[in-house]
Design a protein around this ligand. Sequence first.
Ligand code: PEP
Length: 271
Amino acid sequence: MAAQRKPMMAANWKMNKLVREAEDYAAKLLPRVADSTDEVDVAVFAPFTSLPTVGRMTEDSAVMAGAQNLYFEDSGAYTGEVSAPMIKDVGAEAVIVGHSERREIFGETDETVARKAAKALEAGLIPVVCVGETKEERDAGGMWEKVSGQVRAVMDGLDSPSGDSVVFAYEPIWAIGTGETASPEDAQEAIGQIRGLLGELGGEEFAHSVRILYGGSIKPSNAADIMAQDDVDGGLVGGASLEADSFAELVEVARQSVAQNEDDAQERMVE
Ligand code: PEP
């Protein structure tokens, strides 16, 4: 992780937790991470039913509440959908957009993902934009074509975003929920390429300041090596975020990566 960017550790609960379970989790997590939020942005992406609870419980803390999806219209005849103003109304500050489960299971396209990201940004929510390739695409040498197309589609729809207004997450689909993690080198290579493309599309200042997370079977035992990569600014975590203890451990790993960075910078100054 580069020194100029504050890392983010983000919990994606997916379709898990009843309201009471969300309450218990937040009550456990908040004191555990309170000392880390100066150095690490901590976010919890909850289902819509428990989002108001998480929004309320995180209100007086630096922990961010987030939604896992949104619709790109503000209101109207869109049965079953939830809009950006509704998400903000219950205290959320961020929203996952284009998670591979939304793309693969619910048929979201690059176009709908781009419209959702643009709406989130316009509404003042931080879109956490997910991109990533399937195993077949990677094996056939098509990883970059897929991922660059997803990044381009979103960037085309954003109106001069600043580096802190949007977050990207590289999540190779074959690593999500499978226990198979990308190697730290593969994560760095992909995320470095994405940053390069963001430089072309959004300018160098944007590319240097925007955070790009890695997601895919992160757990406390493998997170430090991934976080040590120059271009990796944190993690989007599914399975290992479901227990407050293991998510708090991941936040601690991110905090230590900041300390490590500072040590490295000091050493370079002395040399
Ligand atoms: C995710 O849901 O975005 C994810 C990366 O899941 P997991 O950590 O379980 O692979």
